[in-house]
Ligand binder design. Structure first.
Ligand code: FAD
Length: 405
């Protein structure tokens, strides 16, 4: 039985892991080390309500200080773990101190992919991962000024909606021929492109950035693209994230697009667990390895790792799901669509409520719902149960999803 649990990275997954450890009766030592100077907080509002100024910092915190005091969690915030000594079972911190562990949990998340082009280090070029990033961006958001967003993924588009609603002139540059092309079906991409255009956001598809130009003060003033030059008072880069697995790699743990773990969230070293964005796990439902960037995955893996640290044998076996809020539209993605042989549209995008269903031999692999709460509630269970659907019934949105089987 573990006496010392050390959790590295103070994010969503870490908070859930710690909470579960104590809920399940763990009375040993817990240390939480995070390089941000803040208690674990939720990140989704960083591109939405926090960026818009509708949420204060207080609402971002997942659990406030009394929780950590009551549950005897030793907090080391604003501290980075620099190395793992696996043979001595100790972590080394950037202040020179070390901590022993019986069980180590790596919850180090992911880091934004950087733009590496002439001018990408200019002032006014932003990324959006932390509250500090959002605060810096907010400090430069002025109505009437021009923002250029590089990347038409969900973070770029959510931020575009927020900036536009605050009165900025917003352009989004996307290299592919449609937005969110890696994660949603074409009808969903086209719906969001039209919604953004309707709100006055300029979306440039098949457009790549070649350089950023600065003014005499070293501040970005223009973005040079394959489609021409765009004036910019600020630039936000949202071109994906990379798993933060550098500690694990340096310590010789097996990594490949994240820290490789088994279905119990255990890495190639049985005393080390990896959870959340930094982990790459076997999906039992889809029979392949996946790395996810979602709150649900961080939350569930946090619980699963805690139970297994306490001697349980709980498998992480979930149908992944993810949401994105842009304007007043809610997009929910459930499951993984790769390998489908049929796409069925349910409902009418013109009515602002529809779903795209991905089938393989009639079995639903995944669904994307836009403002369709009814479909998404039913879909999670039906996808997990490998339900076979009748595509003709499925195409009729007046028939409830559970009756399309
Ligand atoms: P994180 O929350 O990233 O936490 C990891 C922490 O570890 C970070 O604080 C990091 O600085 C720290 N760390 C890393 N290395 C070290 C080290 N060596 N020593 C100490 N600390 C370290 N998901 C959704 O499902 N829906 C959404 O709408 C959504 N919107 C999002 C919007 C934005 C702007 C962002 C950035 C993310 C969004 N996500 C969304 C994704 C979701 O927030 C993440 O998947 C989730 O936060 C992952 O949790 P985590 O605990 O794995 O990592």
């Amino acid at each position: 039985m573990s006496k010392n649990v050390v959790v590295v990275g103070a994010g969503q997954a870490a908070a859930q892991c710690i909470e579960t450890l104590r809920k399940k009766g763990f009375d040993g030592n817990i240390a939480l080390i995070g390089d941000e100077p803040l208690l674990p907080y939720q990140r989704p509002p960083l591109s939405k309500k926090y960026l818009a100024g509708e949420f204060g910092a207080d609402r971002m915190t997942l659990r406030h200080l009394p929780f950590y005091a009551e549950h005897a969690v030793q907090l080391q915030l604003g501290r980075r773990v620099t190395t793992l000594d696996r043979s001595a079972q100790r972590v080394h911190l950037d202040d020179g101190s070390t901590l022993p562990y019986d069980a180590l949990v790596l919850a180090t998340g992911s880091t934004p992919r950087r733009l590496r082009l002439p001018g990408s280090e200019l002032a006014g070029v932003h990324y959006l991962k932390t509250m500090a990033d959002a605060d810096r961006l907010r400090g430069e958001m002025v109505p009437g000024r021009r923002a250029v967003i590089v990347g038409g993924g969900y973070i770029g588009l959510e931020a575009a909606a927020t900036l536009r609603q605050l009165g900025m002139e917003v352009s989004v540059l996307e290299m592919a021929d449609r937005v969110m092309n890696r994660v949603v079906a074409e009808p969903v991409s086209r719906y969001y492109e039209a919604e953004h255009a309707g709100h006055g956001v300029r979306i440039l598809l098949r457009a790549s950035v070649t350089a950023l130009q600065g003014d005499a003060h070293g501040r970005v003033r223009a973005v040079i693209t394959s489609a021409g030059e765009l004036e910019a008072h600020l630039v936000l880069v949202g071109i994906g994230v990379l798993a933060e697995d550098s500690l694990a790699r340096a310590a010789g743990l097996d990594c490949d697009n994240g820290i490789l773990v088994d279905e119990y969230c255990r890495s190639s070293d049985p005393s080390i667990y990896a959870i959340g964005d930094c982990s790459n796990h076997p999906s039992l439902r889809y029979a392949r390895r996946i790395r996810l960037e979602s709150v649900d995955n961080a939350f569930e893996q946090g619980s699963t790792a805690a139970i297994n640290i306490l001697g349980g044998a709980q498998r992480h076996d979930r149908v992944p799901w993810f949401w994105s809020d842009q304007y007043h539209h809610k997009l929910i993605i459930i499951g993984l669509s790769q390998g489908h042989d049929q796409l069925v549209l349910r409902g009418d995008p013109a009515q602002h409520a529809f779903s795209c269903c991905y089938l393989k031999d009639g079995e639903m692999l995944a669904i994307e719902t836009v403002n369709q709460a009814r479909d998404q509630m039913a879909a999670r269970k039906l996808i997990a149960a490998r339900t076979i659907f009748d595509p003709r019934k499925l195409a009729d949105a007046s028939i409830a999803l559970k009756d399309c089987v």
